[in-house]
Design a protein around this ligand. Sequence first.
Ligand code: MF3
Ligand code: CO
Ligand code: CO
Length: 271
Amino acid sequence: MTITYKDAQGIAGMRIAGKLAAEVLDYLQPFIVPGATTNEIDRLAHVYMTEVQGCIAAPLNYTGGGNKPYPKSICTSINHQVCHGIPNDKPLKRGDILNVDITVIKDGWHGDTSRMFLVGEASIAAKRLCAITYEAMWHGIKMVKPGAHLGDIGFAIQQFAEGQGFSVVREFCGHGIGQGFHEEPQVLHYGRPGTLEKLVEGMTFTIEPMINAGRKEIKEGPEKDGWTIVTKDHSLSAQWEHTVLVTPTGYEVLTLSAGGPAIPAFAAAKT
Ligand code: MF3
Ligand code: CO
Ligand code: CO
C-alpha cells in the first residue's frame, strides 16, 4: 500500500471519524472505575459506536499484520501491558492505569485515538508516566508540517521521553490512516531529525507513542492470545494516540473532543 493524500472530501470524512472516536473515550470515562471490567467497557463502547454514532468498531475481527481476528471492539491495556490488550472479565483495581484505544469507521473513514485513564487514585509514579507520555505525544505532533520529516517526529518524542528517564517501545508505531486502518507510512516514535519520509499536505497519520517506565523491551503477554503485548521487565507502560492531518501551515489534530485533557501549553501556543 502507498501513502494516500486526502482531498477536501477525504479531510471532511476524517474530521468526522476522528471526532467520533474521541467522543467514545469521553463517553467511557465515567465507567472506568474500580470494580468495572474491561468487558463491560468494551460492551458500552460497542453499543455507543454502533447504535448511537452509527459507526463500525474497526478492531472487531481485524486481522491486520496476519494476526488472528481481534475478538473485541476496543483495546484495553492495563499497567505493564503495552498495547492490544483484549477486554476480559477481571475487575479493574484502584491504582491501575488503563489505556483505552478506540478506532471507529464512519462512512468508510477511520478515526483512531487512545487515552490513559487512572482507576481511582494512582501512584505518583504511574501518574507521572501517563503525563509524560501525553506530553511526548504532543512533542511529536508539534513537529508536523509540510516539509518536515517523519524522523523529526520520532526524534522529538524520543528526546523528551528518554530525557525524563523513560524508554520508547520500538516494535509498534503510528501509521497512515484513511479508508484503511493501517496505511503507509509507519510513524516511528524514535529516530533522527531530517530522516525518512517528507510530510506533505493532505497526509493523515497517527502518533501513538508507547513509553515504558523501565526498559524498552517487550514480549507477548502470558495470555498467549496472539495480541496482548507486555513489557519484558514488567514495568508500567503508557500510551496516548491522536490522528493528525498535515495542513498547508502545520497540523490539525482530528481526534479532539470536549472531554479530552487540555493541550499542553508548549503545543497550545500554535499560531
Ligand atoms: N488501534 C490500534 C492502533 O492504534 C490498533 C489495534 S488493532 C486491534 O493502531 F486489532 F488490536 F484492534
Ligand atoms: Co493507531
Ligand atoms: Co489506536
